[in-house]
Design a protein around this ligand. Structure first.
Ligand SMILES: Cc1cc2nc3c(=O)[nH]c(=O)nc-3n(C[C@H](O)[C@H](O)[C@H](O)COP(=O)(O)O)c2cc1C
Length: 187
């Protein structure tokens, strides 16, 4: 199985990276894993021009930036893990442009011809946050549910580590969460 992980944190050694690395180490024993640190890629915001909708068999975005290379990796993969710290109840501004740009992978949404170039890929959401899950992580989970359905992804779960402080304090709870993501994706 080929797994793509996308780290949406601006911190390469932060809480989210720590849990994501635990997941990658686990699945990396038996599967091919590639990490995309979103801050190392140039991904502009969607321009809303709808030009991409004229091409249904390839990502027809007119912005020729790094989003296209990322989408190519996703199209080749079997599973995608979207990992983000919770920023103001949502994804970070670093990963959000990539999420919006998924628009170019999907056509005829809301019709019987609804098609996605990442249809059927397994997908999981990993979130770390300082507060609790309840009343704090509703928006990000709802967004993930929405774009999983929009992208015809096979959502395998939302995995949230609440009450995070520093990466050094992540400990067993992070390892357990990482193991649960591994089970959901590969098990
Ligand atoms: C700009 C900003 C916004 C944040 N918003 C929230 C929030 O809405 N809810 C929450 O529980 N934590 C919030 N946090 C805390 C982070 O989600 C938390 O520290 C996270 O584990 C950081 O992950 P990282 O080290 O991978 O960047 C915020 C932190 C920052 C810097």
């Amino acid at each position: 199985m080929k797994i793509i992980t996308i780290l949406g944190s601006p911190k390469k050694k932060g809480n989210t990276a720590k849990v994501l690395s635990m997941f990658e180490d686990e699945v990396g024993k038996n599967h091919e894993v590639e990490r995309i640190n979103i801050t190392q890629y140039k991904v502009g915001g969607c321009l809303g021009c709808y030009k991409c909708q004229e091409k249904k068999d390839e990502p027809g975005c007119i912005q020729k930036d790094d989003a296209l290379a990322i989408f190519e990796k996703m199209i080749q993969a079997d599973a995608i893990v979207y990992a983000s710290p919770l920023y103001c109840w949502s994804f970070t501004s670093q990963i959000k442009p990539l999420i919006d740009r998924h628009f170019c992978l999907i056509s005829d949404y809301g019709t019987p011809d609804h098609k996605s170039l990442i249809s059927g890929k397994l997908a999981a959401l990993l979130v770390t946050c300082a507060g609790p899950v309840e009343g704090n992580c509703d928006a990000i989970q709802s967004m993930f549910t929405g774009f999983s359905e929009y992208g015809k992804l096979t959502a395998k779960g939302n995995f949230i580590l609440p009450f995070c402080t520093t990466p050094d304090a992540i400990g067993d709870k992070g390892a357990e969460l990482a193991g649960n993501i591994a089970k959901a994706i590969t098990g």
